[in-house]
Ligand binder design. Structure first.
Ligand SMILES: O=C(O)[C@@H](CO)OP(=O)(O)O
Length: 248
């Protein structure tokens, strides 16, 4: 068996609580999100799933979640690697918009196409929009063709895979317990890849905030436990249903 993979979506953010599309906007955790991150760390400790290395996105909510969880699990000292390739899906012109209002304005079908279809991106964001990351210094080194103005899940998978193979897989092959602290949609992309979920079925998969999801992988990096196992399965089930219902 290769190493163990632990996927952790950040705790609730200020904009999750307000029901706003977030994407690449760098919103912080709220108090509930900090509590969820601590609980995530307790679960890691209780279930003896102590990470050897952590990979995060470049966004504050994932970075802080990993720091709080690792601090709680006494693993604050492990090596950290970060990449824009683990960022949340860029939500294009929907960034900063209210999910309920968007649903009412555009109708269920369009809303769900933008939110959960595999290959339909939302309209692109204008560079001058207050929620654009066009001038954000953390992406200054990215060539223009890699800097998204909107992404569908397929785009996220395509940009996440180079990081998966180049940075995460070597840690797994080395037998490490690898924590990936990221986002609802970047983790959906990784799960789609791992579990070979079809383009249609992935629309139904929702990942709750702050609950570690464990995958044991074989030597070919296929899950020995397809679908993974949440460290708190009951809470995860309810919380995933709540994510699915956002906007209603
Ligand atoms: O707003 C977002 O960036 C994501 C995650 O919070 O939302 P959704 O679950 O609607 O894709």
């Amino acid at each position: 068996m290769t190493g163990t993979l632990v996927l952790l979506r950040h705790g609730e953010s200020e904009w999750n609580a307000k029901n706003l599309f977030t994407g690449w906007v760098d919103v912080d955790l709220n108090a509930k999100g900090e509590t969820e991150a601590r609980r995530g760390g307790e679960l890691l400790k209780e279930q003896d799933l102590l990470p050897d290395v952590v990979h995060t996105s470049l966004l504050r909510r994932a970075i802080r979640t990993s720091e709080i969880a690792l601090h709680t699990a006494d693993r604050h000292w492990i090596p950290v690697k970060r990449s824009w390739r683990l960022n949340e899906r860029h939500y294009g012109a929907l960034q900063g918009k209210d999910k309920k209002q968007t649903l009412e304005q555009y109708g269920e079908e369009q809303f769900m196409l933008w939110r959960r279809s595999y290959d339909v991106p939302p309209p692109p964001i204008e560079d001058g929009n207050e929620f654009s990351q066009f001038a954000d210094p953390r992406y200054a080194a990215l060539p223009p063709e890699l800097k998204p103005r909107s992404e569908c899940l397929k785009d996220v998978l395509l940009r996440a895979l180079p990081y998966w193979y180049d940075a995460i897989v070597p840690d797994l092959i080395a037998g490490k317990t690898v924590l990936v602290a990221a986002h609802g949609n970047s983790l959906r992309a990784i799960v789609k890849h791992l579990d070979q979920i079809s383009d249609e079925a992935i629309a139904k998969l929702n990942i709750p905030t702050g609950i570690p999801l464990r995958y044991n992988l074989d030597d070919a990096l296929r899950p020995l436990n397809p679908g993974g196992e949440y460290l708190d399965p009951e809470t995860a089930k309810e919380a995933a249903a709540a994510v699915a219902n956002q906007g209603r």
